[in-house]
Design a protein around this ligand. Structure first.
Ligand SMILES: [Zn+2]
Ligand SMILES: [Zn+2]
Length: 254
């Protein structure tokens, strides 16, 4: 069995030709988890040959529209472009249930009763949620929005931590400690950083403090395209670093 990550969308809210909004696919056996569901996600899933029809879980990190805005389109696609009967579970930070219900007020009741069973849950830090008997999902708060969380997927093969959106956080590093792959946001170049986001250097510092075995950078605003983010992160972190592109695949192995 392998725990696989595909960086489906490595961009941000800023439209970009080669990077769609945040979305990352995690697959292990019957678990097919989509972490965030940003603009362009469903067409990218098809483009990269991922079994979007059989997505088992969607996990949101926070409620900025570039991280969840394509969720209604995914539910609609599963309703009209598949013969789905298996359940779909949507999880996220506190407020996820309320968010999806409010979306349904606009889009229609089908969102809550799309023709296949649907479950929606708010997750709490410190309460691991089983995606399968062997795969656990955990959340941990990040300094970005009041509800924002990072996600960790733990399987026998290894542990993957996805920061979602975050500013620097020693607490997050402690929680992520020893992970096999740290998928970290890397919004803007050093010198152009803003509160609530990371730069290559602060992403490298997070990976070093967490003693992550591998660092994968994502969530690049256009100015980040103009610098060597790998080299900048490498100034603070000695492990292997990848600046992810849409469609890159990673084997998360301990
Ligand atoms: Zn955000
Ligand atoms: Zn973002």
């Amino acid at each position: 069995m392998t725990l696989t990550l595909v960086t489906v969308g490595t961009g941000t809210v800023a439209p970009a030709a080669a990077r769609t909004g945040p979305a990352h696919w995690v697959e292990r056996g019957d678990v097919r988890l989509l972490m965030d569901c940003g603009s362009g996600a469903i067409h990218r899933l098809a483009q990269f040959g991922l079994a979007w029809e059989h997505v088992s879980h969607v996990a949101l990190t926070h409620f900025h529209p570039d991280h969840f805005g394509e969720l209604p389109a995914l539910l609609f696609a599963l309703r009209h472009a598949t013969h789905r009967v298996e359940p779909l579970v949507i999880v996220g930070p506190a407020g996820t249930v309320r968010l999806v219900k409010s979306l349904a007020e606009g889009f229609g009741d089908w969102m809550l009763d799309p023709g296949y069973p649907i479950g929606i849950l708010d997750l709490q830090a410190g309460e691991p949620f089983p995606l399968s008997p062997e795969v656990m999902l955990e959340v941990h708060p990040t300094p970005h929005t009041p509800e924002s969380v990072a996600l960790a997927v733990t399987a026998p093969e290894g542990r993957l931590v996805y920061t979602g959106d975050t500013g620097p956080s020693a607490d997050l590093a402690t929680w992520a400690r020893g992970c096999d792959l740290l998928l970290s946001e890397c919004s803007l170049p050093d010198g152009q950083g803003v509160d609530g986001h990371l730069t290559p250097r602060t992403a490298g510092e997070l990976a070093a403090a967490a003693d992550a075995a591998r660092l994968v950078l994502t969530h690049f605003y256009p100015p980040a395209e103009d610098v060597d983010v790998r080299a900048a992160a490498a100034a603070r972190y000695r492990g292997p670093i990848t600046a992810a592109a849409d469609g890159d695949r990673f084997d998360v192995a301990g």
